[in-house]
Design a binder for this molecule. Structure first.
Ligand code: AHR
Length: 501
């Protein structure tokens, strides 16, 4: 057994945890919408065709914000196609995913779905094939009370009250050459600035998110942020970050260390935002929206096969990664990384939510079940609220291909208003349990309320419809607490939530 230590103090505050840190993402892609949240004729479908069993799982997961309708999809999407009588909506070729978009589910239906799922919509506009004019129009449609062309159109389409969408993404991954109408940083920055300006003139209460790099591995990363922020800094509120990790070589210790890269990515983008703030002598702080993050690599080869069998289908089974136990550990560590940066990361979206690189899977006409990554997200969303505390972690380290000093123990803590403390912890050690000392002396008389773990002996273990609880949370070994010092056993390769009250 190895030893590690965490010191917590109620005054070591990183910042308030914005509930939008536990957002997710639904794109018109694959079976996320059609065959995922929406399946008319399914025994669980409600009167609008939305699967009630899926809504229940989304609620269980705890997702206060959903980014919609893309993703790469938005860069060729006309929002007007998705409103009005369903039978008059056009079918379009989606050039992002080479499928056919039927527009059966559109803005009104999705707003209703989000409400049912106890969630708010974060809406992404098209800055690929379109520009500021359409951006202005959709804000008017969604948020203006009435008495203008687009707000009256919304009312005529059956929504008297504004949809009240508060958070708007100014396009998606515009730095990526794969994007429909990819732009240079300067072109994008100018367009985003003008779009945001008009959108905020229509509704000054909204917030806007500008596209940062689509990953820290992009050759333009850094320059992109600097150049585009130079054009739009004052009219935007957040810069987006996107990052997916994979383990194609089966190097588990190296894979579990990827969050060191994620942490560096966040700190670099925050520093760039602040350097532009300084250069502009601005009083305005731009924060971060990590609006796509997850593991994504399992389905790459399968997707090539799906397209080989024919493009332009509806709801092709794309990006259907089946997540294993080590993926859940990395997702846990990514959540810890987001919490550690809660002073700057105010929004984050697990990409995505149903069927497409998702914690929730469905079978057409069949059941739905939770993938391994469902559980760390659910725990963090449930208990990682309140104030993020700076956990001072002392842990032995290991070396891997990309990093020399990876702490075996990755941990963060939150303090809720009722005085309860939750510690989230991943043990990256493949072999050994840890005896973890948690110093909580500043909190007074706390007791260990529960210790929940996620562990499986096989890192490649998965959940299926037939065996949905193969990787499933269980009660951890727990520990003792004396004079404000807890001693808890953290099993080898495990995700842990230790709750003190
Ligand atoms: O989430 C899947 C895709 O990944 C999104 O459409 C795109 O933004 C990113 O490249």
């Amino acid at each position: 057994m190895k030893n590690a230590k965490i010191i917590l103090d109620k005054d070591f505050i990183i910042g308030k945890v914005d509930k939008r840190l536990y957002g997710s993402f639904i794109e018109h892609l694959g079976r996320a919408v059609y065959g995922g949240i929406y399946e008319p004729g399914h025994p669980e479908a409600d009167e609008q065709g939305f699967r009630r069993d899926v809504i229940e799982m989304v609620k269980e997961l705890g997702v206060p914000l959903v980014r919609y309708p893309g993703g790469n999809f938005v860069s060729g999407f006309n929002w007007e196609d998705s409103v009005g009588p369903k039978e008059q909506r056009p079918k379009r070729l989606d050039l992002a995913w080479f499928t056919t978009e039927t527009n059966e589910v559109g803005l009104h239906e999705f707003a209703d779905w989000a409400k049912e799922a106890d969630s708010e919509v974060m809406y992404a506009i098209n800055l690929g094939t379109r520009g500021p004019e359409n951006a202005r129009d959709i804000v008017e449609y969604a948020n203006h009370p009435g008495g203008s062309k687009f707000s009256d159109m919304r009312i005529a389409n059956g929504k008297k009250e504004p949809l009240g969408i508060k958070l708007w993404c100014l396009g998606n991954e515009m730095d990526g050459p794969w994007q429909i109408c990819h732009k240079t940083a300067k072109e994008y920055g100018r367009t985003a600035n003008e779009a945001a300006k008009l959108m905020k003139w229509v509704d000054p209460t909204i917030e806007t998110v500008a596209c940062g790099s689509s990953g820290s591995g992009m050759p333009t990363f850094g320059d992109w942020e600097l150049e585009m922020l130079d054009e739009c800094y004052e009219n935007i509120d957040y810069v987006s970050l996107h990052r997916y990790y994979g383990n194609p070589t089966g190097d588990t210790p190296g894979f579990l260390a990827r969050t060191l890269d994620m942490d560096e990515f966040i700190k670099t983008v925050a520093a760039i935002c602040d350097s532009v703030k300084g250069k502009k002598h601005s009083n305005h702080t731009v924060n971060l929206s990590f609006d796509e993050w997850n593991v994504w690599y399992h389905s790459h080869e399968q997707d090539k096969e799906v397209w080989k069998q024919g493009k332009w289908g509806r709801a092709l089974p794309l990006l259907e990664d089946i997540y294993n136990f080590e993926d859940a550990l990395l997702v846990g560590s990514m959540l810890i990384t987001l919490l550690r940066n809660a002073d700057r990361v105010k929004i984050a979206c697990l990409a995505q939510l149903v069927n497409v690189i998702a914690p929730i899977m469905t079978r057409n006409g069949g059941g739905c079940w939770a993938q391994t990554i469902f559980y760390p997200f659910m725990h963090a969303s449930r208990y990682g609220r309140g104030t993020a505390l700076n956990a001072l972690v002392t842990s032995p380290t290991y070396a891997c291909q990309d990093f020399d000093r990876v702490p075996y123990i990755d941990a963060m803590a939150t303090l809720e208003e009722d005085g309860s403390v939750s510690v989230f912890c991943v043990n990256r050690d493949m072999e050994e349990d840890f005896q973890l000392e948690i110093d909580l002396r500043s909190f007074g008389d706390l007791q260990i309320r529960e210790h929940t773990i996620l562990h499986h002996d096989d890192v490649k273990a998965v959940n299926t419809e037939e065996n949905p609880k193969n990787v499933y949370p269980s009660q951890g070994p727990g520990g003792t607490i004396e004079n404000g010092r807890a001693a808890v056993t953290i099993p080898a390769l495990s995700w842990n939530v230790i709750r003190f009250a």
